[in-house]
Design a protein around this ligand. Structure first.
Ligand SMILES: [Zn+2]
Length: 684
């Protein structure tokens, strides 16, 4: 590590942003600045927390809650730049720092949530909250802060705190083992094939299988591995039924192969500890604990969503299976239709019914025009405009800077975007904030960014996107709008600081405007002829989207239902895998479809806490976005001004300042129902 330099947080370019437009002065930030600045910023924040906790005056909103929210400014600033660099433009030095800083940060924040004197002051305010005459947002922030402390165990006695810490520690190490066991099973299994075994496989798959074989020391051969990106296309295209069966069995048994990497007991122990943790914190089940601060709130509400979807999905899958079986028989198969046949015959049916070439669409989707379309939709819906500023240094020369203005021309904030893939960038697409927008204290304008990984075209040629890439651009821009349109007082409820089952609404909803005819007519122009995308081509693409919905919905929903079944009970099942089998039987799970993630490799739920009792939220968000866009369709105007204003106010501007259920109802006039989602998926 670099030797500690003396750092003045009041003047350092990482913590006082003196660059153009109020951005950090990226040109004067070096990699070796991060370590000493982090060090100083952590110490400064600790001192601020000590001062708040040790204050002898009666707690007030100003001297406690506000001081807590505005504290750590230097730490926020250095962190936001550092994590931006770590994702979008990293190198060995940044990566080494990451390993050092992550545990430091988690220790720092867990010490704050365990600070008894600090909690005593928050608790004092919370107990007096009725008499403090707080506005609704402040009351909510106080309640959320208090709950956050309580959920970290602040109210437990010394013995309880010790117990909770032990449970958390055990859960975290079990979660790590779970993930490593799955990884080991995936790494250790490969089936090597020769040219003669590859019947039906497309070139892209052959080349990734060749690479996988070479990595395992079998150059010149081809490997089926258990990575989803090989397993799924292999079971989709391979004409070798025997190999499809072998691959299917290996894939669905990951984490359940006996020996050191078997996850059966890991899962049993984790479920026990989670039930214990919920009990300790005063909840009836682990699901009740996890759902407490979500939009769904209770397992009952989750079931009200999943159960009707499950019924429809089963019906659709049964109808689809009849058709697939017919295809199999026609193709001369006498075997009983099995789980390893589904993807294969489904692909045959797709090719027969919806043959069209993605490559036909690409010339209509030029990156710069799709960006224009994103901006244009935001202007039509919300009145904001975007002006690009040239020559301003950001974290990389390819990052572009835009000033975002309100309808009256006043500045609202900044939007930065970094579109092309490069070796220093991690894969994927994301939105984040260098600075979030809020009014508290001196206030702060939102500085939001998007990072994408589109292939960079040769110099002088326009970048063309696939439909999925264009959707991703709209998706991440929807998250960015959530950050840029934010209109709240308190930092902790700004922008995307909302519950997990609400955060994808602004992004998934925004995707819908990509395929609005008026938007495509204006922006989806052929790169050579300048003509708009033909309607017939668009219709074909849209029709193909719902194909295979029965299978996809059954495999997803089965996993979501099992996740809920494990966690909504007050205790833990003695034999989780038997419980999985019994639950599936009660649900009438078709024998010919496997869960998308079976328990012994269900990483979302067991390798950490991220999506435990939360796998449903992917579908919950889909219900919200389909239902929300249906509101526009019902008016016959995808830009209906009155509705757009309600959307801005309640969804894009409100952040976490109100209960998500109230926000959604204020926009839509009612709670969402799954019908629009089922139509969108093609289930009804
Ligand atoms: Zn998203």
């Amino acid at each position: 590590m670099p030797a500690t330099k003396t750092v003045d947080l009041a003047t350092h370019p990482l913590t006082t942003w003196q660059g153009p437009l109020g951005l950090p002065d990226f040109a004067h930030i070096g990699d070796d600045d991060f370590f000493p600045v982090f060090d100083a910023a952590l110490k400064a924040h600790e001192a601020e927390i000590d001062a708040i906790a040790g204050n002898k005056d009666t707690p007030t909103i100003e001297n406690t809650l506000q001081a807590l929210e505005l504290g750590g400014d230097a730490l926020d600033r250095v962190s936001s730049i550092f994590w931006c660099r770590a994702g979008a433009h990293t190198n060995d030095a940044i990566q080494a720092l990451e390993r050092d800083i992550s545990p430091k940060m988690s220790r720092h924040f867990s010490a704050i949530s365990m600070n008894e004197k600090l909690f005593a002051r928050i608790d004092d305010l919370y107990q007096r909250r009725e008499s403090l005459k707080l506005d609704a947002e402040t009351l909510r922030v106080l309640e959320k802060t208090w709950k956050g402390f309580v959920r970290s165990g602040a109210k437990l006695d010394a013995e309880g705190k010790k117990q909770l810490a032990k449970i958390n520690e055990e859960l975290s190490s079990l979660g790590t083992s779970f993930g490593q066991n799955v990884l080991a099973d995936e790494r250790d299994w490969a089936l090597f094939l020769d040219e003669a075994d590859l019947a039906g496989l497309p070139d892209f798959l052959k080349s990734s299988m060749a690479e996988a074989a070479e990595m395992r020391g079998q150059k010149g051969r081809y490997a089926i591995t258990l990575s989803r990106s090989i397993y799924e296309p292999f079971s989709t295209f391979s004409e070798r039924r025997d190999l499809r069966e072998i691959a299917f069995r290996a894939f669905t048994m990951r984490g359940q192969n006996g020996g050191a990497t078997d996850n059966t007991s890991v899962v049993r122990d984790m479920l026990k500890l989670r039930a214990e943790k919920a009990r300790l914190l005063g909840y009836g089940s682990f699901a009740a604990l996890k759902l407490d601060d979500t939009m769904a709130k209770t397992p009952k509400a989750v079931h009200a969503l999943l159960d009707p979807v499950w019924e429809k999905a089963l019906e659709k899958a049964a109808a689809d299976q009849t058709e697939l079986q017919r295809l199999a028989t026609e193709a001369g198969s006498n075997e009983k239709f099995a789980a390893w046949d589904w993807r294969f015959y489904q692909e045959k049916l797709r090719a027969e019914k919806f043959a069209f070439d993605e490559a036909e669409l690409k010339p209509y989707l030029q990156l710069d025009r799709v960006i224009d379309a994103c901006f244009d939709v935001a202007t039509r819906l919300f009145g904001i405009t975007f002006e690009e500023k040239q020559g301003i240094a950001a974290w990389h020369p390819e990052a572009r800077v835009f000033v975002v203005r309100n309808a009256d021309g006043s500045e609202r904030g900044l939007f930065l975007a970094d579109y092309f893939a490069r070796p220093s960038k991690r894969s994927g697409a994301w939105m984040s904030a260098l600075q979030s927008g809020y009014r508290l204290g001196h206030g702060s304008k939102p500085v939001i960014y998007n990072v994408m990984n589109f292939a960079k075209p040769p110099a002088g040629e326009p970048a063309l996107l696939s439909v999925d890439e264009a959707k991703t651009l709209f998706h991440e821009f929807g998250h960015a709008l959530h950050g840029m349109l934010t209109d709240v007082t308190w930092p902790s409820v700004s922008g995307t600081s909302v519950s997990r089952d609400f955060v994808e609404l602004p992004s998934q909803l925004y995707e819908h405007w990509l395929t609005v005819p008026a938007v495509l007519e204006k922006h989806a122009l052929h790169v050579k002829t300048g003509k708009p995308m033909p309607k017939a081509l668009l219709d074909k693409m849209l029709a193909a989207r719902t194909f295979g919905a029965g299978f996809a919905t059954v495999e997803f929903t089965a996993s979501a239902l099992i996740d809920m079944a494990y966690h909504a009970r007050p205790d833990a099942p003695e034999a989780p895998l038997r419980f999985e089998a019994e639950t599936l039987e009660k649900l009438d799970m078709p024998e010919t479809i496997a869960m998308r993630h079976r328990t012994p490799h269900f990483g979302h739920v067991f390798s950490g806490d991220g999506y435990s009792a939360g796998y449903y939220s992917y579908m919950w968000s889909e219900v919200l976005d389909a239902d929300a866009f249906a509101a526009f369709e019902e008016t016959g105007d995808p830009f209906n001004p009155a509705l757009a204003e309600r959307l801005r106010q309640n969804i894009y501007a409100a952040g976490g300042s109100k209960d998500p259920e109230d926000l959604y109802t204020a926009f839509r006039g009612k709670m969402p129902s799954p019908e629009a989602m089922m139509v969108k998926r093609g289930l009804v």
